[in-house]
Design a protein around this ligand. Sequence first.
Ligand code: SAH
Length: 279
Amino acid sequence: MKFDNRYKLFLCHNFKTIYFNIMSNDNKSIHEFDLNLICDYFSNLERQGPGSPEVTIKALSFIDNLTDKSQISDIGCGSGGQTMVLAQHTTGTIQGLDLFPTFIDLFNLNAAKLNLQERVKGIIGSMDDLPFHQEELDLIWSEGAIYNIGFERGLTEWREFLKTGGYIAVSEASWFTDSRPVDLNEFWMDAYPEIDTIPNKVGQMQKAGYIPVASFILPENCWLEHFYYPQDRVQVDFLKKHAGKENVKEFIANQRHETQLYYKYKAFYGYVFYIGKKY
Ligand code: SAH
């Protein structure tokens, strides 16, 4: 795997911070090991971010005019947990795009298992260099992934690939209140300083050239049942498999810290779905 700046961008917010630390070390083999390792960790999970089938279907309910001719892209699709739900509730063609080949291999296996391979395809690519034509897409989907490019930048740059009247639906970490505990604020300023309040995010969506059609908070079960609980099981196996490796211990400790923060402070932040229509 070739390493360049793009690989700083990865997966969970917490890991992004760890990876920045790793990047400051010049030993490339450490980078490679860690990246494969973390890909391996997340490959054992059905989803790589918070969400649920119910929430995917709810977000989809705000989008009209989709037909079997519709061209849809799911950006930062991971192994495709949410893409398969999207596919089962739409009839058009879906391209899932992710930076990591491991996820795309799993994505295509998942599509084949559900017999969706004719209209659901995973491709390797980067969200800052999308392989689409101008005004090609009817719908851009992205769950728990736009933070890798940044919410405002993603909305602005991806807009050119949407047809006029096309939709964008993204989920994004957001503050629920105007003020919050200092340690929570510090964690997020380090991990993802673009986190902001819901009205500010809606304003950014409007400014980027979309009509803000809807926004709603993802319920807690998207974090707990669909994201953190499955990780509890994977973490135990992972620590066993890599017994004695300090970087594995550090990685799991960071994942657990992120989980604890969520339990403690879930009244102050979470993921929010934002749905917009290009005009
Ligand atoms: N949408 C999935 C995955 C979310 S995790 C879900 O909700 O389960 C974020 C995803 O973004 C990961 O799969 C990661 O590999 C991908 N990613 C990170 N940087 C990227 C980039 N520059 N281009 C495309 N995908 C990227």
